[in-house]
Design a protein around this ligand. Structure first.
Ligand code: 5GP
Length: 197
């Protein structure tokens, strides 16, 4: 997605060979126009998948998910990383290792919002090693609902998460795929593919 890639090139800050900071439009400040375009793109890619709910994880998955939910006309559920006092329902939980914080979080979703009639689109901001996505898949499966696809805003293709989830048989759609963050610049997968043509 050109708009997203341009934004990443112009505003992304490369923190290391494996971490990209995008807090000017996705992870802290949010660009609503870009989020709307992201929502349209995910909705296009999953329009024939019969999606009934979107499941994401707080907090950075919420903005792109809400815009996608708006386009598809379905509700959005975000998994919580901390137990809330008001979250008194039966909880579906999974243990997830956080790539950026290097700690384990018990993520949870109320079982009131998912059931075996649901076809779920999982959305997240980044995929690195795939732990967040796997945790969300586990939660959705535990509810009896079906995972109909996974939408990722930024896939770091040099890490194994995307491939891992595809190998499990899920359809993964990423709007930007990073081949490398080395030498202080972002190289996208299609740039590498074009250079070998
Ligand atoms: P995974 O669970 O796939 O290893 O990592 C995905 C999660 O870690 C995402 O929810 C995202 O919040 C965070 N993450 C992973 N890599 C990056 C990165 O390069 N930049 C930022 N800002 N977040 C990342």
């Amino acid at each position: 997605m050109k708009l997203l890639e341009d934004k990443m090139k112009n505003e992304g800050i490369i923190l290391s060979d494996s971490v990209l900071k995008v807090d000017s439009f996705l992870n802290h400040q949010v660009d609503p126009t870009l989020m709307l375009e992201i929502g349209r793109e995910f909705a296009n890619r999953f329009q024939n998948a019969g999606i009934t709910k979107i499941v994401t994880i707080e907090s950075s998955g919420i903005a792109p998910s809400v815009m996608t939910g708006l386009q598809l006309g379905v509700p959005v559920i975000f998994a919580r990383k901390r137990k809330s006092l008001t979250l008194t329902d039966d909880l579906l939980t999974a243990s997830v290792h956080s790539f950026t914080k290097n700690e384990r979080n018990e993520i949870s979703v109320s079982n009131r919002f998912l059931d075996d009639n649901d076809r779920v689109l999982i959305i997240d901001d980044f995929i690195a090693n795939g732990q967040a996505a796997i945790g969300l898949v586990e939660i959705v499966k535990r509810s009896g609902a079906m995972v109909a696809g996974i939408g990722i805003v930024i896939e770091k293709s040099f890490q194994q998460g995307g491939q891992l989830i595809r190998d499990l048989g899920y359809k993964v759609e990423s709007l930007a795929r990073i081949a490398s963050l080395e030498n202080g610049s972002i190289t996208f997968v299609q740039e590498v593919e074009e250079s070998v043509k």
